[in-house]
Every structure is written in C-alpha cells, then in structure tokens.
Design a protein around this ligand. Structure first.
Ligand code: LLP
Length: 463
C-alpha cells in the first residue's frame, strides 16, 4: 500500500504491516463474527456484550485483564464436533488448550471424551467427574507416578510415545494386575504447514515413533508381546493451526499402511486409529477454518478409502481437537493504561496484561485481532501495537492493529480467539497475577478460574 493511500496520514505510514493489517478495515466498530464468540455483539449504546452482559459491567465486576468464555458457544462447538463424527467415532477434547473443572463438566455433558497430558490435567479431569474410561493419557515423558495413577484410575487409553515407555507401562499395569489399553503414537513424516514449534509429524522431533525404518512396526511387535498391554490402535498428530486436510490425508494413508503391515505380520486388525487434533481457527478475518462436519466427512472418507484399498475393516476413528473447540469461544478484556504515539511509526497501546496472559504472539509470531469494546468511535484508524506491562520489549499482544485514533486511557479493548493456549500457557512473569476465567451464559457470569492473588504468589515462596 502506498504511503499516500494510508488514511492515518504520514504519521503512521512509514512502517506498514503485511497481511491482515496492511489496510485498516472499512469500519472499526464492526465485529467480524468469524473471530468473535457466537453471542458477542455490539449493543445499541455501542458497548460490546457477551452472553447478554456488557463488557463495562463485566470489567466492573471481575476486573481486567480477564478472559471471558461464552459457555453457549463452547457447548455448541463441542456438540458440533460430536455430531459431525457421529456414533462410530470418538472426539477427545485436548485439555492442553484450556482445562478447568467447569470445562470438564461441559465436555462430559456434551458427550465428549478428554485427552490429558500430565498428572495435573488428569487430576482436574477426575476431580470434575470425567469417567476415567473416557480419558486418553498422552505425553512423551510421563513419569512413573503419572502412569501409575492413570492406570489405577482406569484411563481408557495411554498413548505410548517411546520404546522405553512401552515396557514401563506394561510393567506398571502388570504390577497393578491390569491390562492397559494403549495406542502407539507414530510420526508419519508429514511436513505440516504451520509454525515449526507446533508441527509434530516430521521425523526430527521429540514426539512419536517414526514409521520410517520400520521403527513403528517394531514398537507394535514389542507391544503385542507384553501381557500388561492391550494394543488397540495407532495414533498420529501432525501439528496445530492447520487449515487444509492434505496433511491428514497423507497421515491416514501411512497409518493405514502400518495397520496393513500389522495384519499381514501378526494376523491382527487393530480396531482404532486416532488422527490427533490441530484444526485451525480464525484469529483474524483472513483465516478461513473449515467446519467440523466438513472435516469429519473428509477424514472419514480418507480412512474408509485407504482401508478399502488395503482390504482392512475400517477402524473406529478418534480425533483430538483442542483449539478448534475452545479457541474462538473466549476473548481477553484489557483496560488501556497509556497510549504512546511514535512519529512516523505507530502508537503503542499499553494494556494491563501482556505476555503473561498471552505468550503466543511472542512465541509463535501469532496474529490476533483487537477492538475497542467499551464504546464506538468515529475517529480515524491509527496503526497501533498492543503491548503489555512486562519489562520486556517483546511483550506484544497484537503486533499490528488498527484502533481508533481517539483511544484513551480507561478504554476497554478486547482480543478475540484467546480461548486456547492463553490461560493454559499463562505465567507469573514479573510476578504479574494470572487473570481469571469467567464463564458467561444467558445473562449470568461466574468465575470458573479465579484471579491469582499476591497471597497465592507468596504462599509458594517459602524461603
Ligand atoms: N492431540 C495431541 C496429541 C496434541 O499434541 C495436541 C496439541 C492436540 C491434540 C490438540 O491440538 P489443537 O487441536 O489444540 O491444535 N501451544 C501451541 C499449541 C501446541 C499444541 C500441542 N499439542 C499454540 O499455542 O499454538
């Protein structure tokens, strides 16, 4: 875009961003339903509301920063995944995206299963009443204690991630007099089109056992021999924030190839195949995620086709969406503390949170949207960068954003699509307190994870 075409004038024209924020949107007051939770709307007086409650009232009652989750939206998305995959498949919500006891109850009520990857997630799930047999336990280095607890609790499956773990789980199961259902996680050698840190199916990384060189086949051989294990299937997770299903197609092809090898060598047809999670969501208006029913149709067709050509009975499919369920259902509400216009550059907008409540921008260069939500404005768009309050210049929440030029301290701004991997990756950097998560539904709001206090911090500090 040329300098003169930029409506904010020369003051902000020197460093224009690329992509989504290359040009300001036609109307800064309009909320794109793609990136906001379902019940989010701007009310007649210009204030944004969620679940029937406006953000000024929410800020008054719960403070800022805070995450607000639209319960109806969460339930609708969970249900949409469940319905899309039907009775012949299982949907395991990936708890790492965001987990709390309320979330576990919602999942249970909506008929979903749960993927946990640590003793802490397991404890949360069990304490909120998720039946253990609907839990899958993941991780590349589960501790002996975690494995012991999981087997004792009766988890539905443990996903094995290494040769050592195959033996470890078998021994622990036997010592408890049990036969544990397990899957083997394989790496299929697919390069997923996503950030390097969240791609997981190429071979040079810590997860899974490579299909290449017959390693996965050897893992199956060993697992089948051990009395403590009941091998029920093979697992593959290719990465996260993925929009096209071609990676899943290759993964399914290769995993079914392994199932065929297993049948030919051992005369066993494994009954299950798990294709992991990783489906992308819209963080900005440029992102076009696919609907659960399209994904279900595509994945089911791929697996059916591959099995037919391999003359295998079609295994039961499971998937593990995390972000695609919880991500779009929440936003983070911040109060503007300062605005700092830098001539020829942009305006730095400092909010009362930052990289401690959303590390994704700093860690993955993630893009987010942002809007002024406590009022409307007819002011010109200004090129802005939303930053936090931490002692670090990389403390950026939204790298490139257009906000109204009259933005001022005390205004409330909100960043949508922060339901996944924000509270769950939150930290206490600079001893900043982690924000609460508030569920809003049909005119009622309730805290589901409370705000951290200085007493919480000091309680851990026992020196
Ligand atoms: N299943 C397995 C085995 C996984 O490792 C993951 C994510 C999922 C399912 C869920 O993926 P989802 O559908 O949520 O993309 N912190 C990163 C994402 C790391 C994901 C790790 N595993 C982020 O903020 O983007």
């Amino acid at each position: 875009m040329s300098r003169s075409a930029h409506p904010a004038g020369p003051r902000h024209a020197d460093v224009l961003p690329e992509g989504h924020y290359a040009a300001p949107p036609a109307d800064l007051n309009t909320l794109d339903p793609k990136v906001w939770a379902q019940t989010v709307t701007r009310t007649a007086d210009g204030v944004v509301s969620v679940g029937g409650i406006d953000v000024k009232a929410l800020a008054e009652e719960f403070g800022t920063p805070a995450y607000f989750v639209d319960e109806a939206d969460f339930r609708a998305r969970a249900r949409a995944w469940r319905t899309a995959f039907g009775q012949d498949a299982d949907v395991f919500y990936a708890g790492k995206a965001f987990l709390s006891r309320a979330i576990v109850r919602w999942l249970h009520e909506e008929g979903l299963n749960l993927d946990v990857c640590s003793g802490g997630e397991l404890a949360t799930a069990l304490s909120a009443g998720m039946p253990a047999d609907r839990i899958a336990f993941h991780g590349n280095n589960k501790s002996t204690d975690e494995i012991h607890r999981a087997i004792e609790a009766g988890v539905g499956r443990i996903v094995l991630d290494s040769f050592q773990e195959i033996v470890r789980v078998a021994h622990i199961a036997q010592s408890l007099g049990k036969r544990q259902k397990v899957q083997i996680r394989v790496t299929v050698g697919v390069e997923a089109h996503t950030h390097e840190f969240i791609a997981t199916a190429h071979e040079d990384q810590k997860f899974g056992i490579p299909l290449a060189g017959g390693q996965a086949a050897e893992a199956v051989r060993r697992a089948l021999k051990l009395d403590g294990l009941e091998l029920i299937g093979v697992h593959s997770h290719i990465g996260s924030q993925i929009f096209d299903t071609s990676g899943f197609e290759v993964a399914a092809h290769r995993v079914v190839g392994l199932l065929k090898e297993i049948r030919d060598e051992h005369g066993v047809e494994l009954p299950e195949i798990d294709l992991g999670g990783g489906l992308g969501i819209a963080y900005t208006s440029d992102d076009d995620p696919r609907e659960p029913h399209e994904i279900a149709k595509a994945l089911t067709e791929i697996v059916n086709r591959e099995c037919e050509s391999a003359k295998l009975r079609t295994p039961r499919i499971s998937v593990e969406p995390g972000r695609a369920i919880v991500g779009p259902t929440a936003f983070t509400l911040y109060e503007v503390g300062t605005t700092k216009p830098l001539d020829g550059l942009r305006t730095y907008v400092s909010v009362d949170g930052g990289m401690s409540d959303n590390i994704r921008t700093a860690l993955y260069d993630a893009e987010y949207s942002v809007a002024l939500v406590s009022r409307t404005s007819d002011a010109e768009p200004m090129l802005a960068r939303v930053v936090g309050k931490h002692c670090e210049s990389g403390d950026i929440v939204v790298k490139d954003a257009f906000l109204p030029a009259d933005l001022a301290p005390g205004d409330l701004i909100a960043v949508p699509a922060t339901g996944a991997y924000c509270r769950s990756m939150a930290s206490n950097y600079n001893h900043v307190l982690r924000p609460p998560v508030v569920a809003v539904n049909e005119g009622e709001a309730r805290v589901i994870v409370r705000r951290e206090t200085e007493e919480d911090l000091l309680r851990l500090d026992v020196g």
